[in-house]
Design a protein around this ligand. Structure first.
Ligand code: SAM
Length: 249
């Protein structure tokens, strides 16, 4: 496991373990069952123990993650792990990101309600659903067609279909047809910040992206102010690689 690189002391090391999963908590069987939503207690506990207690302060992020049913985004059979603070494997050797990382990226992104957000690496669709629950209009780009189709279907079934469009493609080059984007979130690791993404960022826009080596990166925030880009580092992380023209080959 790589060591932490940079970032504020308020946050513990945040690592997405590709495919990693172990049973520690979040088991709804550990909690009082609810007739209406058997995962409600586990979800509330995730928000308190894994997010608020570990430095997530944005009330809209916390509320969104208290509302989105993560169990619907994890593979059948892993529902009992849905609220552990772990990345979990999904199909095609990809992952659904760790809840703390989803919260941190959403907090750094700081979208305003109604913002148009480009999300690169839609995977299961969970991060897109969280952004939709924060009032964003999301274009998700996913390079693996089967994951995109499954995410599209899942998001529609859960009622996020009007707020999230899922497209198949190489998101490392962004989506010029929708630019400029108020916010861009990349959920896969890039060797460097792609120029195409900063070029497509609106004035006042924010881009959140893991940048670094293939299996160890820093979470980077890029803010555009007119012609200037301000880049800050928000700590170590591990994501699956961004595969594409401006990613890894
Ligand atoms: N946000 C996702 C979620 O909530 O489930 C998790 C994303 S997973 C860590 C990274 C995803 O990025 C994978 O599904 C992978 O196929 C996708 N990906 C990798 N390179 C890509 C690219 N160039 N364009 C679009 N998607 C890409």
């Amino acid at each position: 496991m790589p060591s932490r690189v940079g970032g504020p002391a308020a946050y513990p090391r945040r690592v997405i373990r590709p495919g990693g999963h172990h049973r520690d908590d979040g088991d709804p069987g550990d909690h009082e069952a609810s007739d209406v939503d058997p995962y409600a207690a586990a979800r509330a506990r995730m928000v308190e123990s894994h997010l608020r207690a570990r430095g997530i302060r944005d009330a809209r992020v916390l509320a969104a993650m208290a509302s989105v049913p993560r169990e619907a985004f994890v593979p059948a059979g892993l529902g009992e792990l849905a609220y552990a603070d772990e990345a979990l494997p999904i199909d095609h050797e990809q992952t659904i990101s760790q809840p703390l990382m989803v919260a941190l990226m959403s907090e750094l992104l700081a979208p305003d309600p109604g913002d148009r957000v480009l999300e690169v690496g839609t995977g299961s669709g969970y991060q897109a659903a969280v952004l939709a629950a924060m009032g964003c209009h999301v274009l998700g780009i996913e390079r693996i067609p089967e994951l995109a189709a499954a995410a599209r279907e899942r998001l529609a079934a859960l009622g996020y279909g009007d707020a999230v469009e899922v497209r198949v493609g190489d998101g490392s080059v962004g989506a010029p047809d929708g630019a400029p984007w108020a916010r861009i979130l990349v959920a896969a690791a890039a060797p460097r910040v792609p120029d195409a993404l900063t070029d497509q960022l609106a004035d006042g826009g924010r881009l959140v992206i893991p940048v670094g080596a293939r299996w160890e990166q820093d979470l980077v925030l890029v803010e555009r102010e007119g012609g200037r880009l301000r880049t800050t580092n928000h700590g170590g992380c591990v994501f699956v690689p961004l595969i594409g023209k401006a990613g890894y080959r």
